[in-house]
Design a protein. Structure first.
Lengths: 550, 550
């Protein structure tokens, strides 16, 4: 059977645009001889709709668009991810897959397993489907349909906790389907693709069936979907796979004997492309054409500039150098080199006179000192960061369609080594889920063919340059130690005891890192949205109290 | 039976401190002759623990503290809200009530109905209890225990949707309990107390039993718990009620024939006290002794100053007047009058020289114009707000233990009529859930006995004073119209069609208000946490996508 995978980039809430995309994809698939066409999860809404699902209009508009769409579906079936309204006690909606054929909904499956962890809140919106699993005949095949998380009921093979009381795949195994079809809304994170393949491979073997896995592609606020939709054969081998990070209408013949390698997922290029697409789509879907950022000469802003240039084109990126009396000479020369390498626009603004005017203004009230004179007092340092934030925001305000990108990395954000309304200013926090050590790896990766980021930017010791001779290592552990401990704490959810046992650092260092991370929740609460690219990002997937003793 | 209600103010995650508080309360209750002592929900954790529940250490520390506590519980039973670990597929925890007596856990109930809407995410952490309801003998009574949401299974009497498949109260009605005991973590919102009483009164009648309702008190980040724990008799009448917004160990004899009025909940004093306690606890629990805020001469900052003075004492509040060339003369004189009335500290800082220096610095890059010259261009206006934000943050940075309070109201926050990093700067957004029209009502209420807020502050037309002759009404509908439409949209979840039918405004105005609200989600994502005091606040209870077409 020739099955078309509609791997599309939806705008959340744009029922009309999304519906038109699906229809175009359907027609293209039919032209290519498809027997059956499949979308991703909640395709008319775009995933995740979040609380937009609770708007009273939303379901009616989806219903109207669905009605329109149905009219164009003929003999070639469309398996579509939609929400369905329900009656009786419980939540008002099901998250569903429906088979449309000859203008009618012929089959429906209501998602049974509702992910309610990390960034997922499906139990907030949906009632779990309680129907028995089923197969239906389509041409000469027995087809089963599930939705996304429904196939993760046996995820303990990935050392994941077994979160659900039910396992629809296990139930389906008694019905001997030939093909299992699964619309998904599965966000990218680094190395996740391998888990997907392991798990879905196991599902294929368990059912002794082909599995058709269709994922959405594109960035939606803080999530980026990688696409990479695929079909596995009944032994779990990959028949074919759609490209990563781009739209595709991919027609795959389940009867072919061709097999291919599913692309390895732990490479840096992959991560880089996720960041690029996340920025591109955030800008496009919020109506921004131009990216703006401050360049410090350091590696975070340099990497962010590269991502921005790849996301929206060098000609649409403006970098601003804003040296202060505490900036090193190379902060400007390194930045200028980067600007030349990338071919982006740039400005240079000296902030000394503003810094002095703040000093004169504040001196009668709180005194004014050389920065760093009083240990622990960051007043004068923060003012520098905030002047820069203000100048950048003024430039963004003046030029409609311009988005200020903030450049802080995940290690800084964890430790609160950043200034609210200063370097944290901006509409999108590009690297907020990328460890500093990974920033270095990405920079070196980018330079592998052609030098983009100046050597000196990579080689020099990291510094905020807000006081004389400042180094990050004055305030933070070395980044290899810091990142290892933070990763164990945040992403691997290890107890302090287990982190200590791993020998990553001494007990004092570990406790100080975790305490500092917890105490800085107040800063992160005001951080711009950033892209989730690891298994646990700050933001909507990590909900910690601020007024607390943790 | 004499039942003690421990209405305590917990710090989330402070197992030791919370445990000690419970123990002190228990002993105090025993001294007063209590037969049975009851806490609020998840009392050792403090409610809501949020993702702290997922930390691997957390449960073990709770278990250790619980073990300590048990040793001190003798013949007089303690019904305690705790989490309990569980095995098998599903989430790892139950949200439970346990009866401890003579050092042992004698009875346990696992919460069956898990609120997963608005600010509540319990399905994220807990598995629903599936046990049958039960009663147990205690002295000469048949007692039943549930947890919080378990009694809301019949909430359709409040015109709420029926969210659950199960109704533990209905099930219990067959077992004829004498007393139902319910630990709760029920946050305040305006007028909610009346709903509680209606619902619990119905529960009492349905069971023909006394109901003991114990609530936590105090502010935890963005939620404030009002306490007001109570006991109802089997006819739904109030036997006695603990005070609002303060800790209490209240011993109530269920055999008494005394009855009293449960306090009406829709009065302004109530709302004001919620705001005061929310600010006081946020500051105390985050280690801040001093409050700082900017005073514009307008009503929002005036009200915020009053709340701060009541929260932490006038002597711990500092107000800063920061007039610009566009400020009216009365902006300073009105503020000075308020400072005198409240007896708070104050400073005055002219921002003209900073404003001019920004102009000189930016002129070569983006030009510089009188504010308001180019309609729609807010660059020069925003710089003024951001200078003020920077000055205030510098003062907070210089003085450890100082928290900057932001002063924007819910109407502004909805419409994005506020400046990121400017007037939105601060650690706590005191009025972010209070409509502008309600700000006026609260101000008049405060002035009822003694003039606190100058008449002119209340009487003058609202203005941001960022350009000559600016009025809020240049940019926004009149506040009575705006607030009515926003309330219908945000709190009452009405469709546009229904809002139009209510005749609150014309179709264009309604659509523009809703569109503007949706488009400004990006600002709110970076807003400081604020206090939820209505049924739907911005923040953790409202999760909207930013990159979307809504």
């Amino acid at each position: 059977m020739k099955i078309a995978l509609l791997q599309l980039n939806f705008i959340v809430g744009d029922f009309h645009g999304n519906g038109q995309k699906i229809l175009d994809g359907y027609q293209q698939a039919c032209d290519q001889g498809a027997d059956l066409v499949v979308t991703s999860e909640l395709a008319l809404y775009g995933y995740p709709p979040l609380d937009f699902l609770e708007r009273p209009e939303a379901h009616d508009i989806q219903a109207a668009m669905l009605g329109e769409l149905q009219k164009h579906i003929h003999r070639v079936g469309l398996i579509l991810g939609v929400s369905e309204r329900r009656e009786g006690p419980g939540k008002r909606l099901f998250n569903a897959s429906v088979l449309i054929q000859d203008g009618e909904i012929r089959q429906r499956w209501h998602k049974a397993l509702l992910p309610t962890y990390d960034v997922f809140d499906e139990a907030r919106y949906f009632e779990s489907g309680r129907d028995d699993v089923f197969v239906f005949d389509y041409q000469d095949k027995k087809i089963a349909m599930l939705v996304c998380e429904d196939i993760w009921g046996g995820a303990e093979i990935l050392d994941c906790p077994q979160l659900y009381q039910r396992d629809p795949v296990e139930e389906l195994s008694k019905l001997n389907p030939d093909i299992l079809i699964v619309p998904n809304g599965s966000p990218y994170h680094w190395k996740k693709g391998n888990d997907r393949l392991t798990l879905v491979g196991r599902v294929a073997q368990q059912l002794n069936a082909h599995v058709v896995y269709v994922n959405q592609v594109g960035g939606n606020t803080d999530l980026v979907f990688d696409g990479r939709s695929f079909v596995l054969d009944s032994s779990g081998k990959c028949v074919d796979v759609a490209p990563a990070f781009e739209e595709a209408v991919k027609v795959i013949d389940t009867s072919t004997s061709d097999r291919m390698d599913y692309l390895e997922d732990s490479n840096l290029e992959n991560l880089y492309q996720a960041l690029v697409l996340g920025v591109r789509d955030y800008m496009k879907k919020t109506g921004h054409q131009n990216a703006l950022l401050g360049l410090s000469g350091g590696i975070d802003s340099a990497l962010t500039a590269c991502i921005a240039a790849d996301a929206v084109g060098s000609e649409n990126v403006t970098a601003v150098m804003m040296p202060s009396p505490f900036s090193s000479g190379h902060s400007v020369t390194d930045s200028e080199q980067l600007v030349t390498n990338l071919g982006i626009h740039s400005h240079k603004i000296e902030i000394e006179s503003l810094y002095e005017t703040y000093g004169q203004t504040l001196e009668p009230i709180i005194g004014w000192h050389p920065p760093g004179q009083n240990p622990g007092d960051v007043t004068e340092e923060n003012i520098q960061a905030r002047i820069r934030g203000n100048l950048l925001m003024a430039m963004a305000n003046r030029n409609p369609g311009t988005l200020l990108l903030s450049t802080g990395n995940k290690s800084e954000v964890a430790m609160g080594y950043c200034t609210l309304y200063g370097d944290m200013a901006g509409g999108f926090a590009v690297l907020s889920d990328v460890w500093k050590t990974l920033v270095f790896q990405l920079a070196k990766h980018l330079n592998r063919n052609r030098k983009m980021i100046p050597d000196h930017t990579i080689a020099k010791p990291p510094s905020a340059e807000l006081r004389p001779d400042q180094k990050d290592s004055d305030s933070l552990p070395e980044y290899d130690v810091l990142d290892a401990v933070l990763q164990a704490y945040l992403e691997d959810h290890l107890s302090i005891k287990k982190i200590l046992k791993k020998g990553l650092a001494d007990a004092n260092t570990i406790e100080k890192i975790i305490r500092t991370t917890n105490l800085n929740e107040f800063k992160r609460r005001q951080m711009a949205p950033g892209l989730k690219v690891t298994s646990k990002a700050f933001g909507s997937g990590r909900r910690m109290p601020i007024a607390a003793k943790l």
